[in-house]
Design a binder for this molecule. Structure first.
Ligand code: SAM
Length: 397
């Protein structure tokens, strides 16, 4: 019998929708689940997911989930999915996203991204998984109406054939679970009503938070990549090559990140964006934790009250602040604590707790987007653990 067949019989199965690169998938796999596949419209996300989950049964092309109308043709039977996980886009629930939309005079309530969670409800109604996990920004907790609407859609059991779910949510901070990053995210967990169990959440670990230094100090130093003058282009493309590590692992966290690496193997995705010479000079003026407003007036090019957060230098002995998909546009809010450049993709991946054997397959800016969008795999694993336990105990009943 193949490994996959054995796993399918024994491991809880997971379908990941709005899967991104697969931070959530990886956490659930590491908690002992079998990943059936991922759905996403972003081709770089799908390619990265396919490469990192080669045993997944479904290998779907990138597609808008709203176009997948007939789930009978997807290749999975109802009942085959034990856990449905996913992170529908969060812009419309985030403080920044709402602010931007207001500025542009857009109707927040009419934005289709307010309703993408309904695709999640549609998948729950079709597969009737034992449980589901939907991740979103913590600001959703302040949007009482939106949250109440989501709860209602998941819990009601009056629809024909829909079992109904017991639903609850918690806001979790990744740094309390061994991720070197302060990242607050809201997790909605639903348990099928017929199981008669309340949604379980992980217990916070009270250990001291992992710092940026503990996370990245074994990665090779990089010279700042200087952007050629008088052009917006970053010049010749950097090649993603396997770089030798700077040294042996220096912390238990680094040992964990390198666990699957064989002796002599190097690290991929250690790519850093180009900066113009003026920016590189400005980075040198920022202390760790320093922001744009701390700069001398003569080098300020933007209004300090608006661009207060534009440049920020990470702090070596503290966890990072939240990484976001904005890293795709610029890395100025994530300046390396000791080197005058923004962090590399691999450094960002370490801060998101992706181990080094998880490789991103995309152009550099898109890699930053995938990393910034993801659920830290270590946090996802903690969320998964009580659900795996619950499913195993249901099977033994
Ligand atoms: C917050 S990210 C998910 C991150 C993922 N959970 C992880 O841990 O890596 C949201 C994802 O939803 C995808 N997405 C947005 N709208 C979509 C749609 N209509 N159909 C399919 N995917 C969509 C985006 O491409 C993005 O990768």
């Amino acid at each position: 019998m193949t490994e996959e067949k054995v796993n399918r019989k024994t491991k809880p199965t997971v379908l990941d929708i709005f899967c991104g690169a697969g931070g959530m998938s990886l956490g659930f796999r590491n908690a002992g689940c079998q990943i059936l596949g991922g759905i996403d419209q972003n081709r770089y996300a799908i390619n990265t997911h396919h490469q990192n989950f080669p045993l997944a049964k479904l290998k779907l092309p990138p597609q808008d989930i709203r176009d997948l109308r007939d789930l009978d043709t997807l290749g999975l039977n109802a009942g085959e999915v034990d856990i449905l996980v996913g992170g529908p886009p969060c812009q419309v629930f985030s403080r920044v996203g709402i602010g931007k939309m207001r500025k542009l005079g857009r109707d927040i309530e009419a934005d289709h991204r307010n309703f993408l969670y309904k695709e999640f409800v549609r998948f729950v109604a079709y597969y009737k998984p034992l449980c589901f996990v939907m991740e979103n920004v913590d600001y959703l907790a302040n949007r009482e109406e939106a949250l109440a609407r989501i709860y209602k859609d998941f819990s009601r059991s009056n629809r024909k054939g829909y079992p109904g779910y017991k639903v609850n949510y918690q806001v979790l901070d990744a740094s309390e679970f061994g991720v070197p990053q302060k990242r607050m995210r809201l997790f909605i967990i639903g348990i099928r009503s017929d199981l008669g169990i309340e949604p379980p959440f992980p217990n916070r670990r009270v250990k001291s938070a992992i710092s940026v230094g503990e996370a990245i100090c074994d990665l090779p130093d990089l010279e700042p990549w200087v952007m050629p003058l008088k052009t917006k282009s970053s010049g010749p493309k950097q090649q993603d090559v396997e770089c030798p590590y700077k040294c042996l692992p220096q912390s238990p966290y680094q040992e964990k990140m390198r666990k699957q690496k064989q002796e002599g193997e190097g690290v991929w995705n250690h790519l850093c964006r180009a900066h113009n010479e003026k920016d590189i000079m400005i980075f040198g003026m920022l202390d760790q934790g320093g922001k744009y407003r701390d700069l001398p007036e003569e080098v300020m090019r933007y209004r300090a009250d608006i661009f207060d957060d534009k440049y920020k230098r990470l702090i070596w002995n503290k966890p990072a602040w939240t990484l976001t998909a904005h890293m795709r546009k610029d890395g100025l809010a994530y300046i390396h604590p000791l080197q005058d450049r923004s962090i590399s993709v691999r450094e960002a991946a370490r801060i998101q707790s992706f181990p080094d054997d998880f490789v991103f397959y995309a152009p550099m800016t898109r890699m930053f987007e995938l990393v910034g969008n993801s659920v830290p795999p270590i946090l996802a694993k903690e969320v998964a653990k009580p659900l795996v336990k619950l499913i195993k105990s249901c099977r033994e009943r």
